[in-house]
Design a protein around this ligand. Structure first.
Ligand SMILES: Cc1cc2nc3c(=O)[nH]c(=O)nc-3n(C[C@H](O)[C@H](O)[C@H](O)COP(=O)(O)OP(=O)(O)OC[C@H]3O[C@@H](n4cnc5c(N)ncnc54)[C@H](O)[C@@H]3O)c2cc1C
Length: 390
């Protein structure tokens, strides 16, 4: 197998600068107001769509820019580094990949150009269930084939942006666990048209959460979807979802890196100008060293994110790297956030400084899309070959 070369110089500055300029139109007060009202950042998402940022990874033949995943990382990182939040729309970048890699030509032609133009939003990804949690293979939502339709029953939780999406990727069981050789078999992926499903077998309830993430729980009661909503082959859905999960982990690592860089910039600026005991607080090593450490951790995480994206773009196995990138970037963001919080003293608690909001938001990366323990279990078992704990 050929060596993987990762270009440190290719940083997509031509993509980052326009994104940076666009983000300037959405300052802290915009996000604070939405946060207080649990509102969706529609104007921000519309602006990203208009500037063709959200279609960056869609192939040119379907109306996108056809850029690699690494470019998506650069875009999301820049959004977060600028103090904005891409959670409202990032899913389009990885859910679209499931359709692109495993959908039929007809499905791709029908949906991708309209997703690229922003006419349709594919931003919801329904995997997690309340009873199975991290044990995805135990999910219970069932899609039964009835003639030219599937009838879906079950429940999902934490399906973010379901109320702001037109389309949703759904993972459901199509063959009962008792009838499959391996639990990873018998799961299928569907592209659900939420516009038709809502109120016709699908009920969506918002969850009031610590952060403004527009997340929901969903109840399926005899929801009928046409048989051509199935993506790829019936029963092979778990494999399709895994591809998408690696993309999701790498892209969200970019967001975590962006948060880490945001916190470092804010903390460093503040530490230089805030004077206590007649000198800038940053002159005290007790303030400076944690910032220096957070910078070093962020740099290390950045390299792993680049490696994971490089492997993904080369269509090479990248499970260990995608998970490790997510682990390191989420921890770098948290460390930088906590250090920034401490640097700002009492002012970190004042909402107008945006530190507490960003700090709350970046906590999510250690829990979703996969929690830290699950990443460590993956590394322990799959990379180090240690005995399985579950
Ligand atoms: C704001 C938000 C948005 C989300 N958006 C989406 C979305 O859009 N779509 C979607 O499908 N999901 C979404 N999720 C769900 C998210 O992926 C899950 O919350 C996450 O994977 C953890 O699952 P759980 O909450 O069921 O925790 P559990 O599986 O109940 O685990 C609880 C804790 O126990 C630990 N644990 C469990 N088993 C083991 C073990 N064997 N060894 C060691 N530790 C273990 C876990 O690591 C975790 O820390 C979202 C969650 C949040 C909070």
């Amino acid at each position: 197998m050929s060596e993987l070369s990762i270009s440190i110089d290719e940083d997509y500055s031509h993509l980052r600068e326009p994104v940076r300029q666009l983000c300037k139109r959405f300052p802290g007060e915009y996000w604070r107001k939405l946060d207080a009202e649990s509102e969706y950042p529609k104007a921000f998402v519309d602006a990203l769509t208009e500037h063709e940022v959200l279609s960056a990874l869609i192939p040119e033949e379907y109306g996108g820019a056809g850029l690699p995943l690494r470019a998506g990382v650069a875009i999301l990182e820049t959004i977060h580094e600028s103090g904005c939040n891409a959670a409202a729309c990032h899913a389009q970048m990885y859910t679209m990949g499931t359709l692109l890699r495993h959908g039929s030509v007809e499905q791709k032609q029908r949906y991708l150009p309209r997703i690229a133009s922003g006419e349709l939003r594919l931003q919801a990804f329904a995997v997690t269930e309340p009873t199975s949690g991290s044990e995805t293979l135990k999910l219970k939502t069932f899609a039964a084939r009835k003639g030219d339709r599937y009838v879906i029953n079950g429940q999902k939780i934490w399906t973010s942006r379901a109320l702001q999406s037109d389309l949703m990727i759904l993972l459901a069981r199509t063959t009962p666990v008792a009838e499959v050789e391996k639990r990873s078999h018998g799961l299928s992926v569907f592209l659900v048209d939420l516009r038709k499903a809502k109120g016709n077998g699908l009920e969506i309830r918002p969850i009031d959460a610590m952060i403004n993430h527009n997340t929901t729980e969903m109840f399926f009661t005899d929801l009928e979807v046409p048989a051509d909503a199935l993506i790829g082959e019936e029963g092979h859905g778990f494999r399709y979802i895994l591809d998408g999960m690696n993309a999701e982990r790498i892209l969200l690592s970019g967001e975590a890196l962006g948060d880490a860089k945001y916190f470092l910039r804010r903390a460093t600026e503040y530490a230089k100008q805030r004077e206590v005991f007649a000198r800038p607080i940053g002159q005290n090593q007790g303030v400076a060293f944690p910032l220096a450490r957070a910078w070093a951790q962020t740099q290390a995480a950045d390299l792993m994110v680049r490696k994971a994206a490089g492997l993904f773009d080369a269509q090479r196995e990248c499970g260990a790297e995608a998970n490790t990138a997510k682990l390191l970037a989420s921890e770098a963001a948290w460390q930088a956030g906590d250090t920034c919080f401490q640097t700002f003293g009492g002012f970190a608690f004042a909402t107008e400084y945006d530190i507490e909001r960003k700090w709350r938001e970046c906590r999510l990366f250690q829990t979703a899309p996969i929690s830290t323990n699950m990443v460590l279990a993956f590394i322990a078992q799959k990379v180090l070959g240690l005995p399985r704990s579950y």
